[in-house]
Design a protein around this ligand. Sequence first.
Ligand SMILES: CC(C)(COP(=O)(O)OP(=O)(O)OC[C@H]1O[C@@H](n2cnc3c(N)ncnc32)[C@H](O)[C@@H]1OP(=O)(O)O)[C@@H](O)C(=O)NCCC(=O)NCCS
Length: 182
Amino acid sequence: MRHVVWNGERLGLRDVTEADVHALHAIYGDPTATQHMPFAPRSLGEVAALIEAATQAAAAEPRLLYVMAVVDAERRDVIGVARLHIEAEHPHSAEIGFGLHPDVWGRGVGTDLVRLLLSFGFKQLGLHRIWGARSPANLPAQLAMLTAGMVEEGRIRHHVHTPHGWRDSIVHSALEDEWTER
Ligand SMILES: CC(C)(COP(=O)(O)OP(=O)(O)OC[C@H]1O[C@@H](n2cnc3c(N)ncnc32)[C@H](O)[C@@H]1OP(=O)(O)O)[C@@H](O)C(=O)NCCC(=O)NCCS
């Protein structure tokens, strides 16, 4: 799939562009937004490099990586970033990751975003399995994924190395044949 345009009621997903660098830096560069992510807050230059790499990956055939801006469906401003990575050796399966600007947290947007990523992956990309790994301490991510229908599968011990040391992950997943759009 070349260009992503996938809209829900409140949110839309589209490919990131160079013009999104400040909006993405407001998330990836923010210590609160990155507290459960396995990296230190990113610099503006690092975010620009990430967008450049995402743009190159979007041109690959087959396309495995989707880095998308999350936009407010009405105002069209960028309020988050989402990532879907298809596994090269298991192309029926993809990992998702997502982050929203702290200004919009706590209003159900995160849950809507997980729902939108699932509908994009299952309906648009034809995936069978979609999974996400979160920090054991990340309660909002846990609740957003559970409410959107992603069940907890278990714990991967020392899954990622963070600036604070090794961190376990809790894996959630949804399967196409179990999923119902909610
Ligand atoms: C995870 C994230 C996307 C959730 O976004 P959000 O818009 O706040 O999510 P929602 O408003 O849909 O809330 C989801 C649930 O978490 C709860 N919640 C939200 N913030 C909370 C908080 N600070 N403390 C406790 N519960 C909280 C909500 O009440 C809701 O629970 P409910 O379904 O029982 O009502 C957002 O916190 C975020 O961007 N975090 C930083 C990046 C990140 O951690 N990404 C996840 C990687 S796996």
